[in-house]
Design a protein around this ligand. Structure first.
Ligand SMILES: NC(=O)c1ccc[n+]([C@@H]2O[C@H](COP(=O)([O-])OP(=O)(O)OC[C@H]3O[C@@H](n4cnc5c(N)ncnc54)[C@H](O)[C@@H]3O)[C@@H](O)[C@H]2O)c1
Length: 353
């Protein structure tokens, strides 16, 4: 891979991928409208590593059209990633335009220029009511599956989990983009691959309550900000798997080298059974790292679209790419903590607005 274009390249994932591709010797262009608070700081990191920045908006096809140069791969990483949009009555038009229309503009640009596409999708394509309706047992610190069903069991949620049901507007836009990209791959013989990712975490994530929960939890401990266990009884026993962004980068580098083989295949990508935590387990690690032992509030009422348990079953992804997650939960949080300490002055205003 000689030349990579990353849309949303000044976001958490995009900027980390940009740095990884620069490290591997590729020319990297990051395209971003800098709408995410703090993305201008991540842009500086990419520039510092020799990346090129183009300011533009994926909702505007003309911004994409004026991109100069030849590209071997487009990695589509831009999104409004909040799962809460639409759940509190707010207008969904911004999200639909940004995530759905925006990614379709990217695919159309790639079709016209014959540039292969790697699309970052999300585990939020799976319907939340159907997951929460499965049977779970409660241990001292977490929920665990108490049954197996198609696509569901102690090994995680797999590609064959039934897709019927509400998934949030965010999840719906990503699923729609997946389907359209698969059509592009088939109808136009366009090399394309979809990574369906569960929670990503690690350094340079500007975590918020509705996106980047592990970094948010750690940053609240670090900056002594109040926290509450919300939903499922208010004990913090809900579980997510988490993947270190550098583990993701290792995978994407391997996939990029073989992109010509794929025509829209979906790969499950997450920390999986190897790396997952409940919120109250996360609290213990955050307390140990920061030395701050603050009280955490309890709000037993469930929040819309929230999940009792999600662990990604990576299925065939590890064998297909000779890849597996290497960085466990404690290392992910420790790396994030070290980054926070090192860059506190720059990022404090993002975490404590
Ligand atoms: N972070 C996660 O845990 C996670 C998990 C699964 C999937 N994903 C997917 O990965 C991708 C990247 O997520 P992230 O965590 O890096 O998010 P992020 O918010 O950190 O980055 C998104 C970037 O896109 C830019 N952007 C937003 N709208 C744009 C537009 N219209 N035009 C140009 N740029 C625009 C933002 O300024 C930001 O820099 C998203 O598609 C998301 O759905 C993320």
């Amino acid at each position: 891979m000689k030349s990579i274009l990353i849309t949303g390249g000044c976001g958490f994932i995009g900027s980390n991928l940009a740095v990884a591709f620069r490290h591997a010797g590729a020319a990297v262009t990051v395209f971003d409208n800098l709408s995410r608070r703090g993305s201008e700081l991540l842009m500086l990191r990419v520039l510092d590593r020799g990346g090129r920045f183009v300011r533009g908006d994926i909702r505007a096809p003309e911004d994409l059209d004026r991109l100069e140069g030849d590209f071997d791969l487009l990695i589509e990483c831009s999104a409004e990633p909040s799962v809460l949009v639409g759940t509190q009555g707010a207008d969904a038009r911004f999200m639909l335009n940004n995530n759905l229309v925006g990614s379709l503009n990217c695919f159309e640009w790639a079709r016209a220029r014959r540039v292969p596409v790697l699309f970052l999708s999300t585990s939020r394509v799976y319907p939340y009511d159907a997951i929460n309706a499965r049977s779970f047992r409660e241990t001292r610190t977490r929920f665990e599956p108490a049954e197996t069903a198609p696509g569901f069991g102690p090994g995680g949620i797999g590609l064959d989990f039934p897709l019927a049901g509400a998934r949030s507007l965010y999840g719906a836009t990503k699923l729609a983009s997946e389907i359209i990209l698969q059509e592009y791959a088939r109808q136009y013989d366009l090399p394309a691959l979809i990574d369906r990712c569960s929670v990503l975490a690690g350094p340079w994530q500007l975590g918020k309550v509705d996106q980047g929960v592990f970094t948010h939890w750690l940053a609240c401990h670090y900056f002594n900000k109040p926290l509450t266990y919300i939903g499922f009884g208010g004990h913090g026993k809900q579980v997510r798997d988490l993947l270190h962004v550098e583990d993701l980068a290792d995978l994407v580098l391997k996939q990029a080298a073989r992109i010509g083989e794929f025509r829209g295949e979906i790969f499950q990508v997450g920390g999986s059974v190897f790396a997952n935590l409940s919120l109250c387990e996360t609290t213990e690690i955050c307390r140990a790292l920061t030395g701050h032992r603050m009280d955490i509030g309890m709000d037993p009422a469930d929040r819309p679209a929230d999940l009792r348990w999600f662990v990604m079953d990576n299925g065939g992804t590890p064998d297909r790419f000779d890849w597996r997650p290497h960085r466990g939960p404690k290392q992910i949080l420790k790396d994030t903590y070290d980054w926070l300490r090192q860059h506190e002055a720059s990022f404090k205003k993002i975490f404590t607005p």
